[in-house]
Design a protein around this ligand. Structure first.
Ligand code: NAD
Ligand code: GLY
Length: 356
């Protein structure tokens, strides 16, 4: 088992990565203060993995809330199901929530933990590749609004992150690819050596090769932890984690939540960011080609949705959280492994990229 630490002073927490961790009670117990636990999962993940988690929590009083499955349910109504479950079973401030599922469950369970009785403890148990390399770490919790993705939420750190890589055995290949998009992101924003390693190891990740997968998850989590430690609430640096996301969130909102997977939308958004960086004279055409090639190798989209117009992008990107005083800021690249957040790009170049 690998153990990393997210060093945030009094909000420090460990990330455990390994095989078969789901049912290891010793990983949960130090982070559960009271007698009661609420597992929050969904109708797909619950039947697969809830029993293993219950086994680990055998010495606690455990209730479960089962959410409908899908990005389209990441909303107020579904969030309320968690509050209903907590209140119906008289859960107090001493309850710990265990978020068992992908990023949708993790983001909603985390937001519920942040706000139930003004804040209760929670543990992230991510079961998709995307949530294991990204969303379970760093304390961003949220639901979507019809007008914008992840617009309602809170920064709220978990007490621990327990990553059981065996859960990926049941994940559909398209979801594995969506997770790879966020792994590639770390190579592009900060870790150029990791990007070179990824160019040689994408097939190993897709094939769930244990050593390759573990290295990719560990490197991703370590990179994310470092960025979050430096800038927990996204005053500056943390925004680079949003490479491709401004375009991606616009695509997800335009298509209707759940139509394009988050990782897929981010993948085509990262190529748009690369192309714009090239037009601004920062990234060589060879590097843009390498980025396109690794995304194609990962079975990820490299173009936006057919029929999505420049105006659609502009309208939806104008509510992005990086917009400041009405000015759109984007994460672009000065090179592979060197991301910047900037508003200095020409609107003509942006429109050229958006019209592809
Ligand atoms: P998801 O949670 O929708 O999971 C994808 C699908 O896989 C779902 O159908 C789910 O039920 C299923 N699933 C989960 N684990 C499984 C398993 N082990 N076996 C079989 N099926 C399984 O999607 P996701 O890609 O995990 O997360 C995307 C969400 O994460 C988006 O809402 C995005 O906004 C959010 N996100 C948040 C952050 C953050 O920092 N908080 C970062 C990135 C993404
Ligand atoms: N996924 C972006 C962030 O955590 O900041």
């Amino acid at each position: 088992m690998i153990e990393l630490e997210v060093d945030l002073g009094e909000r420090n927490y460990p990330i455990y990565i390994g095989e078969g961790l789901l049912s290891d009670s010793s990983l949960y117990e130090p982070y559960i203060a009271g007698r009661k636990v609420m597992i929050v999962t969904n109708e797909t993940v619950g039947p697969l993995y809830e029993q293993q988690v219950r086994h680990a929590l055998a010495s606690y009083e455990v209730d479960t809330v089962v959410l409908p499955d899908g990005e389209q349910y990441k909303n107020w109504e579904t969030l309320n199901l968690i509050f209903d479950g907590l209140l119906e079973k008289a859960h107090s401030r001493k309850t710990t929530i265990v978020a068992l599922g992908g990023g949708v469950v993790g983001d909603m369970a985390g937001f519920a933990a942040a706000s139930y009785q003004r804040g209760i403890d929670f543990i992230q148990v991510p079961t998709t590749l995307l949530s294991q390399v990204d969303s379970s770490v760093g304390g961003k919790t949220a639901i979507n609004h019809p007008l914008g993705k992840n617009m309602i939420g809170a920064f709220y750190q978990p007490k621990a992150v327990i990553i059981d890589t065996l859960t990926l055995q049941t994940l559909p290949p398209q979801e594995v690819s969506a997770g790879i998009a966020e792994i590639i992101k770390y190579g592009l924003i900060r870790e150029s050596d990791f990007f070179i390693w990824l160019e040689k190891n994408i097939q190993g990740i897709k094939g769930l090769d244990s050593d390759v997968l573990t290295y990719a998850i560990k490197t991703s989590c370590a990179c994310k932890a470092e960025i979050v430690e430096a800038d927990e609430k996204e005053g500056g640096l943390r925004a680079i984690l949003n490479l491709g996301h401004t375009f991606g969130h616009a695509i997800e909102t335009h298509k209707g939540y759940g139509s394009w997977l988050h990782g897929e939308a981010v993948a085509s958004g990262m190529l748009m960011a690369a192309e714009l960086s090239h037009l601004e004279g920062w990234l060589s055409v060879e590097d843009v080609d390498r980025i396109r090639a690794i995304l194609v190798d990962s079975d990820l989209p490299v173009l936006g949705p057919e029929g999505m117009l420049i105006n659609d992008y502009h309208r939806l990107m104008s509510v992005d959280k990086k917009v400041m005083d009405g000015t759109l800021r984007l994460v672009l690249m000065k090179g592979i492994g060197d991301a910047v957040v900037t508003s200095s790009f020409s609107s003509e170049n942006l429109n050229t990229v958006l019209s592809k």
